[in-house]
Design a protein around this ligand. Structure first.
Ligand code: ZN
Length: 146
């Protein structure tokens, strides 16, 4: 085991996670190499100092700030999504592009406008075999689950 390999394994050796045979080689090298002995004691010293550092305490304002942040986030979440507008426009586009039947293409309010929610109970409903597809069969990535 050479010096660079030894220093690579220092942390594992310190944690005690090194396999026994490698740990033994490590000890043998450390016993005979002053350079690695110095490196090893420096690492021990740093570790000892790190352990002495006080762990930070959360500030008194942490809870207050957190709830303020949460409220802001909640407001943003409640606001209509920009995708919702885009989706409604896309839906209208496809409605115009793919009319369910010739009678349904008139822009005036008709039973057809309710067709999306309950297609079975409208006068425009035709047997499923002859009905053209209203939407692309592949799910659009922006469409929200219903
Ligand atoms: Zn060495």
């Amino acid at each position: 085991m050479n010096c660079s390999r030894v220093t690579e394994l220092f942390i594992d050796y310190q944690d005690g996670t090194l396999p026994p045979d490698e740990a033994a080689q490590m000890r043998a090298h450390l016993a005979s190499c002053p350079t690695c002995q110095r490196e090893w004691s420096a690492l021990q010293e740093i570790t000892r100092k790190l352990d002495q550092l006080p762990s930070p305490e959360p500030s008194a304002r942490l809870r207050e700030n957190f709830y303020a942040m949460l409220e802001t986030h909640q407001r943003d979440a409640d606001a209509p999504s920009p995708f919702a507008l885009a989706k409604s426009r896309l839906d209208r586009f496809f409605e115009l592009l793919l009319p369910r039947s010739p009678r349904c293409s008139s822009p005036s309010p008709s039973p057809c406008s309710r067709a999306a929610s309950s297609p079975a109970r409208t006068s425009c409903a035709r047997p499923p075999s002859s009905r053209p597809t209203r939407r692309p069969s592949r799910k659009s990535p922006i469409s929200a689950p219903r």
